[in-house]
Ligand binder design. Structure first.
Ligand SMILES: Nc1ncnc2c1ncn2[C@@H]1O[C@H](COP(=O)(O)OP(=O)(O)OP(=O)(O)O)[C@@H](O)[C@H]1O
Ligand SMILES: Cc1ncsc1CCO
Ligand SMILES: [Mg+2]
Length: 237
């Protein structure tokens, strides 16, 4: 929650970290986008997640799902599949998570055992079945609506050594989709690129994962259009 909220603040968004079902009716209508992250899931949180997602759909606003470790337990997998049924605008996971959701079967823990390209067909079929944009993070980030596929090539491997960089980029995707809700594929690829370029700039100053975490957030905060345009690499696949 720390890196997620601070990533959003650095990018100019305004986060609120909410768990309680009691707050959903008052809080959710104030949000321009919702990010549901099942990272530290417990049973009592699931009804709040579903209720917030359903309310966003009713309000015609975007919501984004991070299916953390979807394939690690039956409880998580079923909770994530139920959330996919509430029509996320975007689903962003690592390769193993997207394969687990697509096959509706148990796969792995929080870190990915699959590269993003290994999950390309799973991502396409999940996108077609769910109607969501599906993004798979990794060395190359892949984003698909089930037909079109784009690849975002920025980032550094050390980002995998900071926990919840994936969670943070999912939240950033929600912020970008809030700004351009009619182009969720483009907004998703842009958010992944911006976050990864901040990682590249941060890596120039970092000594290891802990200082990269700090410099990534500083670089995101200071990112300007010239640096972005000189580094961004998004291609069609
Ligand atoms: N090998 C790599 N090279 C460049 N960038 C990478 C690499 N691996 C991951 N990234 C970037 O790091 C960020 C996190 O992606 P990752 O796939 O590690 O998420 P995750 O497994 O869900 O992480 P977490 O569960 O810790 O939040 C993404 O922005 C992704 O583009
Ligand atoms: C390590 C970890 N465990 C539950 S959530 C989380 C953060 C990465 O998704
Ligand atoms: Mg993750």
């Amino acid at each position: 929650m720390d890196i997620v909220a601070n990533t959003l603040l650095a990018a100019g968004a305004s986060p609120a970290m909410i768990h309680s079902l009691a707050e959903i009716p008052d809080f959710t209508p104030q949000a321009q986008a919702l990010c549901v992250n099942v990272g530290t899931l417990s049973p009592s949180w699931v009804p709040a997640m579903k209720s917030a997602a359903e309310l966003m759909v009713k309000l015609g606003k975007p919501w984004v799902l991070d299916p953390v470790a979807a394939g690690a337990s039956g409880f998580r997998l079923n909770a994530c599949l139920a959330l996919v049924g509430v029509k996320p605008t975007v689903i962003r996971g690592n390769g193993s998570e997207i394969i687990a959701l697509s096959r509706a079967s148990l796969v792995k823990g929080v870190d990915s055992a699959h590269g993003s390209m290994d999950a390309l067909e799973a991502a396409k079929s999940l996108a077609r079945a769910s109607g969501s944009i599906v993004a798979v993070s990794g060395a190359v980030d892949v984003v698909t609506d089930g037909n079109r596929v784009v690849a975002a090539h920025n980032g550094v491997p050390m980002m995998q050594k900071i926990t919840a960089t994936g969670c943070a980029v999912t939240a950033l995707i929600a912020a970008f989709v809030a700004l351009d809700p009619s182009h969720p594929l483009e907004a998703t690829a842009s958010a992944l690129s911006v976050f990864c370029i901040a990682g590249e700039l941060g890596m120039d100053l970092a000594k290891g994962p802990a200082s990269l975490r700090m410099h990534l957030i500083d670089s995101l905060y200071g990112l300007d259009e010239a640096a972005l345009l000189s580094r961004v690499r998004i291609t069609d696949l």
